[in-house]
Design a protein. Structure first.
Length: 277
């Protein structure tokens, strides 16, 4: 197997600039430390609570139940079962995404002293935060899927068969996009105040509480929103067992470009980072 990794490494060295490849290699070397610290953060978050990290999924489950009850009553939605499934998957994906972005907006600023006083590559802080968000997401996501499978038994088989690629796109996206927001936040401190406003706008432009078809002629605007496309791929795969290969591959290429830009920007700003904080 060693020769396979050697070939992959040579190809990556050929296509990626040395600084970006070195950053990825550095992040890989720190993976165990990042995993340990992110796991410790998850445990510390719910220390001395009876339910522990179960609260992550339970809070989402309560929100989904209340929103489903209110919206089906107010807007007189006839099929409460289908709407609850649609809403549930949308909410859990959106909450993970919005939390990742809002937490990242001042990530490097929070670690200012560590960056100034140690020689740790700043990619460590982004990978550690990313792993923390992934752990929180899957703890919540697994509980939601298991609970919603009571309403539709095929959710778990659909997730296993069709949901891997859409979820992979989502996991990649919640690394590079928050990192990009974080780097912008270092230079422009106002971004920390703007992020909640922008997230609210994106939430309204990403059909989660409503169906895309309800927009009528304005439906094309929603299709320009990459966050909605990522969310919609996951929802279609789990709810209906549908997988849009072409669209998923486009989003994957979009994610690769995003990784290239975000890690490249991190490398460029690394030397000046202590002076910007």
């Amino acid at each position: 197997m060693h020769w396979i990794f050697t070939i992959v490494k040579d190809k990556m060295n050929h296509f990626l600039p040395k600084s970006i490849f070195d950053s990825l290699k550095h992040g890989w070397k720190l993976r165990r430390v990042c995993f340990y610290t992110s796991t410790a953060r998850t445990r510390e978050r719910f220390v001395r609570t009876k339910l522990g990290s179960f609260w992550i999924g339970l809070s989402n489950l309560i929100s989904i139940s209340l929103l489903s009850l209110v919206y089906t009553t107010v807007f007189k939605i006839e099929n409460m079962k289908n709407y609850t499934l649609y809403l549930g998957i949308g909410i859990v994906i959106w909450n993970a995404l919005s939390t990742s972005i809002s937490s990242a907006s001042n990530l490097l600023i929070q670690n200012e002293q560590k960056i100034k006083n140690t020689n740790i590559h700043p990619i460590f802080y982004s990978v550690e935060e990313w792993l923390f968000q992934i752990q929180s997401f899957f703890q919540s996501f697994s509980l939601i899927i298991i609970t919603l499978s009571i309403l539709k038994l095929m959710l778990i088989p659909n997730l296993i068969i069709f949901g891997i690629l859409p979820l992979l796109n989502f996991i990649i996206f919640i690394y590079w996009f928050p990192l990009l927001v974080c780097l912008i936040g270092v230079k422009f401190r106002d971004i920390y105040q703007l992020v909640p406003i922008m997230l609210q706008l994106i939430f309204l432009l990403s059909p989660i509480l409503y169906m895309k078809e309800n927009l009528g002629n304005l439906e094309w605007i929603i299709n320009l929103n990459p966050i909605y496309l990522i969310l919609d791929h996951i929802r279609d795969a789990i709810l209906f067992g549908e997988i849009k290969i072409e669209s998923i591959l486009i989003i994957f290429l979009f994610n690769i470009c995003g990784l290239y830009i975000s890690i490249g920007s991190l490398n460029k700003s690394r030397k000046f980072l202590p002076f910007l904080l």
